[in-house]
Design a protein around this ligand. Structure first.
Ligand SMILES: Cc1cc2nc3c(=O)[nH]c(=O)nc-3n(C[C@H](O)[C@H](O)[C@H](O)COP(=O)(O)OP(=O)(O)OC[C@H]3O[C@@H](n4cnc5c(N)ncnc54)[C@H](O)[C@@H]3O)c2cc1C
Length: 457
């Protein structure tokens, strides 16, 4: 196998034995890594196709990898597979200002694409904390969400065209550039979010938006959950489509930041039930900040918001976002943690937060449960530290969190995908008929089951 693969890629394109660094195994600790047969780093779609033809003929399993920032073990090899890393396919192939599109190879880093577009007055809307390592192929294959979904949708909404290599090596080049194209099935959607189980994403045409001329960020303290919901509704109706982010942090998270994250500086006093980070993306720099301030003042008069601060500089804006995104130093002090990415109807979120905090504390007195997330998208993240990292403890906490989600009709995965970590819980959010159709699709596209086996289904 190795001899045959050596004939497809160049010397730097094949790693074996001790040359396989931790990056390709499980640097983030999601799932348990086995030893792969080798790592391949192709430089072109033609090479990817040749690799897949060979693996298909020999029934050789493959694990696709991008930046390995995934949080559910989707890119982690389980043992014996060929790791296929797209990290050397990093060309930005075309920028079309009139058509507002960017054509990229799959290995382009998200932040590189951002910087390229912003330098030309455009934006690629998808943004997330792992922007420095996540790749375009990875964010497409996981249908990533992030912090601007409320305004621009998930990655799916920013993909116009896709090139995919199927399990048998067939190249499906569907590099559409139009916003409208109803000529038959829109095949790209099958691959977006399929976590490398249906095909290898090699290139994409992304939809760009005009870069907003002004970005304003505020932090608000709110006492009751119902007021958080009402505040979101008020912003949606008064901002006329300019709401870019609505991120909510429960009081437990605020307290944790104050106690365990010395580098973060919350802008408001402690003691509120909820803290909300609001960001607006507008086009009138002279008026947008005043508009946000007046909406906040009005919300305070109505009694929805108890306290608020608007960032007055780029530095302050970054400091507000750091509270939401950079709590890693604190998480590391908690010992083993279980983290969750779930979605549910917005109305149910207050009840969800209370219920899981209570149930986890009953099972593990003294446990820390932190709730925060992209509330405007119906998506919350939970971090639970129960003092134990054993499989039994993790299963018990999973059952508590996903059990509440199932009862609420929510999803066990809002944006991170299923990978290996949530496989056992897929049926808690999908019907048997839905799962059977997923299996039918998988069999049709990958009859030998070589693409990312053991993931998702
Ligand atoms: C700090 C931090 C913050 C994050 N915030 C968010 C967030 O807000 N929203 C969000 O949605 N996610 C978030 N994530 C998760 C992660 O960044 C995303 O899942 C991202 O899309 C993964 O991209 P990647 O290139 O690292 O893919 P990888 O981790 O390498 O792979 C992810 C999955 O996609 C498959 N895959 C990768 N490339 C390809 C390809 N070219 N073709 C086919 N399959 C492929 C892999 O097999 C795997 O199943 C965060 C992660 C971190 C570490």
């Amino acid at each position: 196998m190795i001899d045959a693969l050596e004939r497809i890629v160049d010397v730097a394109g094949l790693l074996t034995g001790t040359d396989i660094g931790p990056r390709y195994l499980n640097a983030r600790g999601h799932g348990v890594a086995g030893t792969p047969l080798c790592v391949l780093r192709p430089k072109s779609t033609a090479e990817v196709s040749e690799i897949l033809k060979l693996c298909h003929a020999r029934g050789q399993a493959i694990v696709p990898q991008g930046g390995m920032s995934g949080l559910v073990g989707g890119g982690v090899p389980l043992g014996g597979e060929v790791v296929l890393s797209l990290e050397r396919m990093i060309k930005i192939e075309e920028f079309d200002a009139d058509g507002r599109t960017l054509t990229v190879q799959a290995g382009v880093i998200l932040q590189t694409a951002h910087e390229y577009c912003e330098a030309r007055g455009f934006m690629l809307p998808l943004d997330l904390g792992a922007r420095g390592s996540a790749t375009m192929g990875g964010v497409i294959s996981t249908n990533a969400g992030g912090v601007r979904v409320i305004r621009y949708g998930m990655m799916r909404e920013s993909v116009l065209g896709l090139e995919v290599v199927l399990a048998d090596g067939t190249i499906i080049s569907s590099m559409n550039k139009m916003l409208k194209n109803n000529a038959g099935y829109d095949l790209k959607h099958m691959f977006i979010g399929s976590e490398g189980t249906l095909g290898l994403v090699t290139r994409a045409v992304c939809r760009l938006r005009a870069k907003p001329k002004s970005v304003n960020t505020a932090f608000a303290g709110i006492d009751k959950f119902d007021d958080v919901v009402a505040f979101l509704g008020h912003l949606e109706s008064t901002l006329g489509g300019e709401l870019g982010s609505f991120e909510v942090m429960w009081s437990s998270y605020d307290q944790f930041v104050r106690e365990r994250c010395p580098s973060l500086r919350p802008p408001l006093n402690a003691g509120r039930g909820f803290y909300v980070l609001v960001e607006t993306l507008g086009n009138d720099p002279s008026a947008d900040v005043a508009k946000l301030e007046s909406i906040l003042a009005e919300s305070m008069e109505k009694g929805l918001v108890a306290d608020a601060a608007v960032a007055q500089s780029e530095q302050q804006r970054a400091a507000f976002w750091a509270i939401r995104e950079n709590a890693g130093e604190g998480f590391r002090t908690l010992g083993p943690i279980c983290s969750y990415d779930v979605s549910m109807p917005i109305r149910s979120m207050g009840q969800f937060g209370e219920h899981i905090t209570q149930s986890i504390s009953t099972a593990y007195p003294g446990a820390t449960t932190l709730v925060l997330g992209h509330m405007g998208d119906g998506n919350l993240h939970v971090v639970a530290a129960v003092g134990l990292g054993t499989p039994a403890a993790r299963k018990q906490v999973n059952d508590i969190v996903y059990g509440v989600i199932r009862d609420l009709g929510g999803s066990v995965s809002a944006e991170h995908g299923i990978g290996t970590e949530k496989k056992d819980y897929l049926s808690w959010s999908r019907t048997p008929e839905e799962i059977a159709l997923m299996r039918t699709l998988k069999r049709a596209l990958d009859p030998k089951g070589i693409l990312n086996p053991g993931k998702v289904l």
